[in-house]
Design a protein around this ligand. Structure first.
Ligand SMILES: Cc1cc2nc3c(=O)[nH]c(=O)nc-3n(C[C@H](O)[C@H](O)[C@H](O)COP(=O)(O)OP(=O)(O)OC[C@H]3O[C@@H](n4cnc5c(N)ncnc54)[C@H](O)[C@@H]3O)c2cc1C
Length: 418
């Protein structure tokens, strides 16, 4: 390198550092990790395919990987975390109920590490808060997405971004799932599928029954006007997008266009700077599955302990409508549970869901859909799928005791345990 060029680079680095504009560092994709770009078709054989790397799917994949399964995690966006990161709802709850922790395991591990690395604060679960949201945990969405990738890598989970399934074919011993991404096609053979797409899209592709309300809860766009958003610290502004529909790319496009247009209007009206904007609408409600068990609002509010309960859930009944939301807190001492059979589409084998599409009526779902519960379901589905793959059977035929034991050994809390 000639000295003039070297001097120029040195002064650029010093110059930008001096102005606080840049950090002079680089990274490079290693040769071992570089996929073959000239070959547009690829195929992979795994035990567990997790579709959707959001709140529930990330945890399901890490858990299945830690349980020894070969796992592929398919995510149609560019990062993990789903509604928590891409949607910006970075305040997961609720891990506690009535003065003690009721959901732990891998989701909690990630949240805790994220808060520690970000020098944030965890709520004191020994205190029963006056308002339920006081015990939600503020996390740095950017850090969470990266930590989730690290945990997947450590668990041996392969991640495929920008890809989604186009067709799913039943085989004698599992599934063939044909996926597309841009410039690539992938054929996946797997024994078990966990559908964590939020709206049970794989279940839909298979033509299995799904439930959907005529009018759904609004979505929300998260943004910050007039003041900086400090991730993991402050509340973020929200704008309801009524009629937001995540059924397909056409309806989701309309929701995003509508939300951004309203935000532009606000900027003009309030004459404040737009300091932060999430890349897409957060969707509260779309499809739910019709599972082997359907959780009713009565089950939910009475804290029914199902005999195949795999985790707790805790949140008020929380239905957002055109006139806003009036959370209905649960009665003191009540802690709902989620049965394994609510994660299994009715009449199916080798297929589970986890997350907000859990089999439930609308009001029960308005409480069940929150992030800690989705993480609990994800972990349970990861365990059940990994065990079913090893035993060459379907999740509902794995002895429940084995599912519980493996969950406990990965720090999950099982309903009924002290
Ligand atoms: C505005 C708003 C406020 C909320 N407030 C709270 C709150 O305060 N506290 C709380 O705990 N919860 C809250 N929730 C609820 C909670 O955030 C969600 O219900 C939960 O995160 C859903 O998790 P999930 O895993 O089911 O779906 P997501 O986290 O949405 O994950 C689904 C993932 O699947 C991917 N995907 C979808 N389809 C495909 C496909 N075909 N192929 C591949 N990938 C696909 C998506 O890109 C996404 O990454 C809120 C939700 C919203 C929208």
């Amino acid at each position: 390198m000639n000295s003039t060029r070297r001097n120029f680079i040195q002064s650029s680095v010093i110059g930008t550092a001096g102005l606080g504009l840049g950090i002079a560092s680089t990274t490079e994709v290693s040769a071992a990790n570089r996929p073959e770009t000239v070959e547009p078709e690829t195929s992979v054989d795994v035990e567990v395919l997790v579709v959707g790397g959001g709140t529930a799917g990330t945890i399901a994949a890490i858990q299945a990987g830690r349980a020894g399964a070969r796992v592929l995690l398919l995510e149609r966006n560019s990062q993990l975390g789903g509604t928590m990161t891409t949607g910006g709802v970075a305040f997961p709850g609720l891990f506690d109920a009535w003065g003690k922790q009721v959901i732990a395991g891998i989701g909690w591990e990630l949240v805790k590490e994220c808060v520690a690395l970000d020098e944030g604060q965890l709520p004191d679960f020994a205190k029963v808060p006056q308002r339920h949201w006081h015990n939600q945990v503020y996390i740095n969405q950017f850090l969470y997405a990266i930590l989730a990738e690290e945990k997947c890598a450590d668990a041996g989970v392969e991640i495929a971004y920008y890809e989604f399934p186009q067709s799913v074919t039943k085989l004698d011993d599992g599934w063939q799932v044909d996926c597309v991404g841009f410039g690539t096609r992938r054929r996946v053979r797997c024994q078990q599928i966990i559908d964590c797409t939020g709206g049970a899209e794989v279940v839909g592709l298979l033509g299995l029954p799904r439930l959907r309300e005529q009018e759904r809860q609004p979505g929300s766009f998260l943004f910050m006007l007039g003041e900086a958003h400090e991730p993991g610290r402050n509340q973020i502004h929200r704008l309801y997008v009524h009629g937001a529909d995540s059924t397909n790319s056409r309806t989701a496009t309309v929701a995003n266009l509508t939300g951004r247009k309203s935000i532009l209007q606000k900027v003009r009206q309030e004459q404040k700077r737009l300091m932060h904007l999430q890349p897409e609408t957060g969707f509260r409600e779309s499809y739910r599955i019709e599972g082997e068990t359907l959780i009713t609002v009565g089950d939910y509010t009475s804290g029914r302990v199902f005999n195949d309960a795999i985790c707790y859930a805790f949140y008020p009944v929380d239905l957002h409508t055109k006139s806003g939301v009036k959370p209905q807190p649960l009665k003191p001492g009540k802690v709902p549970t989620i049965p394994l059979r609510a994660l299994v589409p009715k009449g199916s084998r080798n297929l589970m869901v986890a997350g907000r599409c859990v089999s439930s009526d609308r009001l029960a779902n308005s409480g069940l859909r929150v992030q800690a519960s989705c993480m609990g379901m994800g972990q349970a589905a990861g365990v059940a799928a990994a065990l079913a793959a090893k035993q060459a059977t379907t999740p509902l035929e794995v002895p429940l005791r084995e599912i519980h034991d493996l969950l406990r050994s990965h720090d999950a809390i099982i309903p009924g345990d002290a």
